[in-house]
Design a protein around this ligand. Structure first.
Ligand code: MG
Ligand code: FE
Ligand code: FE
Length: 150
């Protein structure tokens, strides 16, 4: 690969690591929002809500694990300081200072709606990457056919 090509790929990887760190920060904040919400929540149907919030907390932490693994694979550095989660986050953090069950559920619904938007963007990037691979493999097949018939 030429100098310019490497520069372009290098920039892309940096952008990707930045996006992944933003999502990574979201996941930690979501994890804590669910976890602390499950501890303080009060109101009707509390037991069912606590069970679901607790499960979601573990799932958000698993998302953070997947993201940090990918960031490291790409040669990036995952956010190392919790205070930097606030600098990177897309979706922010809603403290359950009002523990009323309706309020806590509404805050977490808002968080998931934001997460859906973030990962929708990832999906559109993914579909373009899939298309890029197809384009390149098709070109490679053409080149191989030309070389064989020479
Ligand atoms: Mg669930
Ligand atoms: Fe998540
Ligand atoms: Fe989630």
């Amino acid at each position: 690969m030429g100098t310019q090509g490497r520069k372009i790929v290098g920039t892309d990887v940096k952008d990707l690591v930045n996006l992944l760190n933003k999502a990574y920060s979201d996941e930690w904040l979501a994890y804590y929002q669910y976890w602390i919400g499950s501890k303080v929540v009060k109101g009707p149907n509390k037991e069912a809500v606590i069970a679901e919030l607790t499960l979601h907390a573990t799932e958000e932490l698993a998302h953070a694990t997947l993201l940090t693994t990918r960031i490291i694979q790409l040669g990036g550095t995952p956010v190392t300081k919790p205070q930097d989660w606030y600098k990177f986050t897309n979706c922010g953090y809603d403290a359950p200072d009002d523990p009323f069950i309706v309020k806590v559920l509404e805050q977490n619904i808002k968080g998931e709606q934001c997460a859906i938007k973030t990962y929708n963007m990832f999906l559109s990037i993914l579909s373009q990457e899939v298309e890029h691979e197809e384009d390149l493999q098709a070109l490679l097949e053409d080149v191989e056919i030309i070389m064989k018939n020479r």
